[in-house]
Ligand binder design. Structure first.
Ligand code: MN
Length: 341
């Protein structure tokens, strides 16, 4: 397809909502990533340019490597500004919900979100909740940023994407597509990226700001993970990395430090599935990645209260690390066997 086809009735419904200047809030999921922050800040900028009043409201702050994005300083988060954040979400004339599709993904803001009178969803995750009034949900889209670009174009606001908004959108597309390599990367993804470059996004600057922002501690934690915590499973078809609470403490872990770690396991020759298990205060957090037709979201839904995309999904366990690993090791062979090409 040469362009993205957004549902015409939803475009019309949104155009009608935005026909007069509105008081708009824009929110996204807990632990916001590049796609979440990029899409929220870019949309805010475009809507401001079109005469609306906007407020970006985050459940919690962004990691340090995303705070350079234009408009982050004006965004508020629910951890530091509880009342203001809830008021902005609850009281908005129009609430945009970006890069998530279930109310509980905004954590402490959930009640305020449910109370918002008009909710617009722009998202690319599976199985959207039915609480939204206008819905742009496309699970084939590389990113929410790509969809925000498409929505802006469809509304005739594409011209309002300036260099700052273009950098935000480019950042989200780049991070969610694994730097334009995941299967969701289409000709349309590259066309959108090309338009963003024409509007002033600078790929090298965006990449450096986001990807080359390691601390020494983070690199050393990665080193430990690859050197001492990585193992081959299932006769070499899968890898597993485990990190304990103690491992994290040893390297002064801050959120984001293990982001992307699971992907290293998938680069081993012959490996189709990579698992990363990390001990968090509320249990074991599980991340799976796969190559080809190997739906790890189904595996996690069946065994570890999880879900996500076919090649990238997450789950959890309240068992010990040992018990969780044992269960994973026990269930993996059957799953890999069922999906042998
Ligand atoms: Mn996303």
């Amino acid at each position: 397809m040469s362009h993205s086809a957004l549902p015409a009735d939803q475009v019309a419904a949104l155009a009608k909502l935005l026909a007069a200047p509105r008081r708009i809030s824009i929110t996204t999921h807990h632990n916001p990533d590049g796609d979440a922050i990029g899409s929220a800040l870019a949309l805010a900028r475009v809507l401001e340019g079109a005469g609306h009043r906007t407020q970006v409201v985050l459940p919690n702050p962004a990691p340090g490597n995303l705070r350079w994005m234009e408009g982050y300083g004006e965004a508020i988060n629910h951890i530091d500004h509880k009342e203001t954040a809830e008021g902005a979400v609850r009281g908005a004339e129009v609430l945009f919900c970006l890069d998530f599709n279930r109310a509980d993904r905004v954590q402490g803001l959930e009640e305020a979100l449910r109370a918002a009178p008009v909710k617009v969803l722009i998202d690319h995750h599976r199985d959207p909740d039915t609480i939204f009034d206008v819905v742009f949900s496309d699970i084939t889209a590389s990113s929410t940023c790509q969809l925000v670009y498409d929505v802006a174009e469809a509304l005739g606001m594409g011209g309002r994407i300036d260099a700052a908004a273009a950098a935000c959108l480019y950042a989200g597309i780049m991070t969610d597509s694994g730097s334009f390599r995941f299967p969701s990367t289409t000709p349309h993804t590259h066309r959108v990226a090309a338009h963003l470059l024409e509007r002033g996004a600078r790929p090298q600057a965006v990449y450096e700001a986001i990807m080359e922002d390691n601390t020494i501690d983070r690199l050393r934690l990665t080193g430990l993970a690859l050197h001492e915590r990585l193992q081959l499973l299932a006769g070499g078809e899968a890898t597993l990395i485990t990190l304990s609470k103690h491992d994290l403490e040893r390297f002064n872990f801050v959120p984001g430090d293990t982001e992307g770690l699971v992907n290293y396991g998938l680069t081993v020759r012959g490996v189709r599935l990579a698992a990363f298990l990390v001990e968090r205060p509320d249990g074991i957090k599980i991340s799976l990645r796969s190559k080809g037709d190997l739906p790890v979201n189904e595996f996690l839904a069946a065994h570890f209260q999880g879900g996500g995309h076919a090649n990238a999904a997450g789950g959890r366990s309240t068992d010990s690390m040992e018990a969780t690993v044992a269960k994973l090791v026990a269930e993996l062979p059957a799953f890999l066997g069922k999906h042998r090409t």
